[in-house]
Write a protein that binds this ligand. Sequence first.
Ligand code: HEC
Ligand code: HEC
Length: 192
Amino acid sequence: MSVGKTLAVLLGSGLLLGAAHVSAAPTATMLANTCAGCHGTDGASTGPATPSIAGNSEVYMVDTMNAFKSGERPSTVMGRIGKGYSEEEFKLMGSHFAKQPVAKTSQKLDAAQVKAGSKLFGKNCEKCHDEKGGLADDDSGILASQWLPYLQYSMVDFKAGSREMAKKMKKKVDKLSDAELDALLQFFASQQ
Ligand code: HEC
Ligand code: HEC
């Protein structure tokens, strides 16, 4: 087949167009796929130290990625990963994850702790983590059904001051004992 004919056949079959598309700007799905190795398919993590990110609001995702990128929020790996993407790409990825259903995590929890946490939740955390930590629109991150070890690491960072808390969250957290905070985290983790 001559070069001209080959080109005509490829164009006709759409193969060349397909190749041209790949080298163009990445789509939201392509970007989100680069996160799947750690955060699971569509943001539903299977490892307890890596958070599920499905169902978070786009605003939360963009703010969080910027905080990792600038170093404002401490991290083991996300600071480096964040530096590889632009604001526009954060928005694309954020819009993709915002459309995914909140991941349901099955993990072993202490029923008595979950119950104790449910009693502390309304007065201390509901205002900003509404619907038992499952409301995306409050832009505070989805806590419902999140991995408990991840929530516990987050609380350690908050209490150590290396990750900044919202002022009114800090006021509540400072008043609670470690046991009460752990009960609250178990309560959030237990949501299905
Ligand atoms: C190498 C594994 C790895 C990859 C790849 C990865 N992450 Fe992460 N991610 C983590 C870990 C671990 C954390 C916890 C923070 C830390 O220690 O870096 C995290 C935390 C996050 C959080 C915070 C969640 C919350 O509830 O506040 C967001 C958002 C996030 N990652 C988004 C992404 C996006 C978007 C991508 C793809 C561009 C991505 N991650 C790729 C491992 C990874
Ligand atoms: C005044 C509002 C407010 C209150 C009250 C509040 N929080 Fe938060 N919380 C936030 C915001 C905003 C974030 C997101 C912080 C960020 O972007 O780093 C957050 C994040 C968190 C995270 C980390 C989520 C993640 O995915 O990394 C945990 C855990 C948490 N809160 C627990 C609690 C608990 C437990 C209470 C009740 C004692 C509480 N919060 C009360 C506003 C609040």
